[in-house]
Design a protein around this ligand. Structure first.
Ligand code: PGA
Length: 243
């Protein structure tokens, strides 16, 4: 794992936006895996600004978001789809048909997961995936467990993960969905390159377990130790527990 510690979250976000732009320029039809949550907010803001400033062309880029809540339509303000529209999609010239998302209200959720894995396989998998890490070590919504799942699947969210998403639901715990659909570990570990961002003290222990701990389903992010091309970009607080 290639670890970089930045002076501030903002510096990491600016560098990350530049790295993503470079990847899009190098491969205009890049298949890009995208996360939601607090961590990538500054990256998306920088990416939107850079795209306007430098005329970055997104028209051939294929995006695949990592996960979505079960039971929320794309039009629900708490959905990850709505988050992505607000923070990235509506601000750049992505082609609507190139935006791939899990549908949390699909009639048959198992078929929906299979459809998503097939759509991803059809483009040759993720060329680059941007990742966050849960304070509990989760990767996308692959939560700590006895065993992990390789394929896209439906999962029950931990209490900790539901609380971490309160901001999308007006801080009302009762409104946070209990379940989600998520890409499995296979799609993440088979990506061409992974860039994982973590900021703040609250991520320090998960970052330590990911980088220095054993590879264990108790910390799904630790499986990134097996990935051939991973960059871990941190601020000083998130790097605090590293040797
Ligand atoms: P956060 O979530 O960016 O909101 O901390 C990260 C994650 O759960 O992967």
């Amino acid at each position: 794992m290639n670890i970089r510690v930045f002076d501030s979250e903002q510096q990491a976000a600016t560098a990350c936006a530049a790295r993503l732009a470079e990847a899009v320029r190098a491969r205009p039809s890049l298949a890009l895996g995208l996360p939601t949550g607090r961590t990538p907010l500054n990256v998306y803001r920088e990416l939107v600004a850079l795209s306007a400033r430098e005329g970055l062309d997104w028209s051939a880029v294929r995006t695949f978001n990592l996960d979505e809540f079960v039971g929320l339509p794309a039009t629900d303000g708490g959905s990850f789809r709505a988050y992505m529209e607000r923070h990235l999609f509506r601000h750049v010239n992505l082609t609507p048909g190139n935006i791939h998302f899990l549908d949390g209200v699909a009639e048959d959720l198992a078929a929906e997961c299979a459809r998503y894995d097939t759509a991803l396989a059809d483009v040759g998998g993720l060329g680059l995936v941007l990742l966050g890490i849960g304070a509990n070590g989760h990767l996308a919504f692959n939560e700590p467990a006895e065993g992990l799942v390789a394929a896209c699947h439906r999962t029950r969210l931990s209490r900790e993960t539901r609380l971490a998403n309160l901001m999308l639901f007006g801080d009302d715990p009762g409104r946070v969905p209990m379940e989600a659909l998520t890409l499995g570990m296979g799609a993440l570990l088979q990506s061409g390159r992974a860039v994982l961002l973590a900021f703040g003290e609250g991520k320090a222990e998960a970052v330590r377990a990911m980088v220095e701990g054993p590879v264990t389903p108790r910390c799904p992010a630790s499986f990134l130790q097996l990935h051939r091309d991973v960059e871990v970009w941190l601020d000083a607080a998130a790097a605090r527990a590293l040797q």
